[in-house]
Design a protein around this ligand. Structure first.
Ligand code: NIG
Ligand code: FE
Length: 411
C-alpha cells in the first residue's frame, strides 16, 4: 500500500458516474480536492479525499506531499515515438526558407525517415524508442499511442509494430499501436499509387491482423499524400480487420477528410490546424474526437488550430504531442499544455482536461485512466512545490513534474 498525505490539491478527481470525456463549456471545470490524501493498493486507486478523512494505513509506504499538486499522468494519444534518426538538417533548411511540404517533395521528410529506418536493426530501434519513452515518462506521460509509418514496406511496417509491442511488454503504461502504412507514398511506388494501396490492403493488413500488432489504422490525408477517397478506402480496409481509425487530416489543407472520417466512425481526427465551420458542425454531430497537436505548428512556425471556435461549438478537445522527428521532435506534454494556453487560448483547466481524460478517451481507455477515481489505475504525478495549477503552463520552461507513479509504482 502507498499513502500520499498532505497533498496541496488533487486535480481531475472523479466520483461515479465516471465520465468518458468532457466537452465544450464543461472543459472549464477541473474537479479538485484540497489538503488531500490518496491511497493506492495493487496498482489501483483505493481511495482519496480530504486529510480530515485520511485513513490509518498500517504498513503503507507514506509520502508527505505538502505544497505539491497531484494530477493524473498525461495521456498522449498521438506520437511517432519509434524512429531511427533525428532530422535537424531539415530544421535548418526551413530556417533558410523551405517549407515542410517542399522538403517532403524533394524526397526529405517522411521518406528521409523511412530510408533511415530501413537500415536500422530492430533492437537498435527498440533501444532508441525505449529511451524516448523513459524521457516522456519523466515529464509525466503515463499512457501513450505510437504509430508506425516510417517503414512503408511490409517488413518495415512490421518491424516498427513489433518494436511498439516490445515497448508495451517493457512498461506498465498502456501503449496503443497504430498502423500508419499510408503515411507517404514510398519512392518505389511513385508512379503506382494503386500498387501501394493494394500492398497495404492485401499484404500489410492481413499480416498485422494475424500477429495482432495494431489497435488502430491511420492515414495522412493531405495534398501530395493521400486523398479523402483513398483515406476512406483505407479506413474501410482497416475495419475489415477490426481496426478503428485515427486519422491525420487538415494539417495544411481542408480537403474533406473530416467528413470521410466522421461518416466512418473514426475514433479521432488529428491536427486540424485548418478547419471550416462546416467541419466543426460535422464533428459536433459525432463521437469522433478532435485531437490538437500544437507543438507541430509551433515547430513548423505555422498557424494554430481554432481551439476557441471548437470549444464554443461545444466540442471535446484532446491535446497530444505528435512526438516525431519531422514536425515535433519533443514529447514533452507540459510544453504542449503551455502551448495550448498561450497559443490556443485554452485555460489551464481546459488544457489539463484535454491532456488527461480526453486523451484517454482518444485511446479508448478512459474507463481505467485519465482521472483520479477509485478503481482506476494509479497513474499520477506530483509537482514540485508550486503556488497554483496555472503555474504549470505559465512556467513553460521549468520542469515542474517531480515524481511519477505508473500502476502504483514510482518510476
Ligand atoms: O503528424 N503529418 C504527418 N505526420 C507527422 C510528421 C511526420 C514526419 O514529418 O516525419 C505529423 O506531423
Ligand atoms: Fe502525427
Amino acid at each position: 500500500m502507498l499513502l500520499l498525505r498532505n497533498i496541496q490539491t488533487i486535480f481531475q478527481t472523479e466520483t461515479a458516474p465516471l465520465r468518458e470525456r468532457v466537452a465544450g463549456a464543461d472543459m472549464q471545470v477541473l474537479p479538485s480536492v484540497d489538503d488531500a490524501f490518496l491511497l493506492v493498493e495493487n496498482g489501483k486507486i483505493l481511495s482519496f479525499g480530504p486529510m480530515t478523512q485520511c485513513p490509518d494505513a498500517p504498513g503503507a509506504q507514506v509520502v508527505d506531499a505538502a505544497g505539491r499538486l497531484l494530477l493524473p499522468t498525461w495521456c498522449d494519444s498521438h506520437t511517432h515515438l519509434v524512429f531511427a534518426a533525428s532530422r535537424e538538417n531539415e530544421f535548418v533548411d526551413r530556417i533558410h526558407g523551405l517549407t515542410y511540404e517542399q522538403i517532403a517533395q524533394r524526397g526529405g521528410g517522411i521518406l528521409n525517415s523511412a530510408r533511415r529506418l530501413r537500415d536500422t536493426p530492430e533492437e537498435v530501434l527498440l533501444e532508441l524508442a525505449w529511451q524516448r519513452l523513459l524521457e516522456v515518462q519523466r515529464y509525466g506521460t503515463g499512457a501513450i499511442e505510437i504509430k508506425s509509418g516510417y517503414g512503408l514496406s511490409v517488413e518495415g511496417e512490421l518491424k516498427m509494430l513489433r518494436v511498439i509491442r516490445a515497448l508495451r511488454e517493457r512498461t506498465k503504461m498502456p501503449v496503443k499501436a497504430t498502423f500508419l502504412g499510408a503515411h507517404a507514398l514510398p519512392a518505389e511506388y511513385k508512379t503506382d499509387r494503386e500498387g501501394y494501396l493494394r500492398l497495404i490492403e492485401e499484404e500489410m493488413l492481413p499480416r498485422i491482423a494475424d500477429e495482432g500488432l495494431a489497435d488502430y489504422i491511420d492515414a495522412f490525408c493531405e495534398k501530395n499524400f493521400f486523398s479523402p477517397a483513398e483515406t476512406a478506402r483505407l479506413i474501410e480496409a482497416g475495419a475489415r480487420y477490426g481496426l478503428k481509425a485515427k486519422i491525420h487530416t487538415n494539417q495544411f489543407n481542408c480537403l474533406g477528410g473530416i467528413e470521410v472520417c466522421v461518416e466512418r466512425g473514426a475514433v479521432s481526427v488529428d491536427h486540424l490546424e485548418v478547419l471550416t465551420d462546416e467541419e466543426i458542425n460535422c464533428l459536433k454531430n459525432s463521437d469522433t474526437l478532435p485531437v490538437l497537436l500544437p507543438s507541430a505548428p509551433f515547430f513548423l512556425n505555422d498557424h494554430y488550430p481554432p481551439a476557441r471556435r471548437m470549444l464554443d461549438a461545444g466540442l471535446p478537445l484532446v491535446l497530444a504531442s505528435d512526438f516525431n522527428p519531422g514536425s515535433s521532435p519533443s514529447g514533452k506534454m507540459p510544453f504542449v499544455v503551455s502551448l495550448a494556453c498561450i497559443k490556443l487560448r485554452m485555460t489551464p483547466e481546459e488544457a489539463v482536461n484535454a491532456a488527461t481524460l480526453n486523451g484517454a478517451a482518444a485511446m479508448e481507455i478512459s474507463h481505467s485512466h485519465g482521472s483520479i477515481a477509485v478503481g482506476k489505475s494509479a497513474n499520477f504525478f506530483l509537482t514540485k512545490p508550486v503556488s497554483s495549477l496555472a503555474f504549470l503552463p505559465y512556467a513553460f520552461g521549468s520542469d515542474v513534474v517531480e515524481r511519477v507513479w505508473i500502476a502504483g509504482e514510482e518510476v
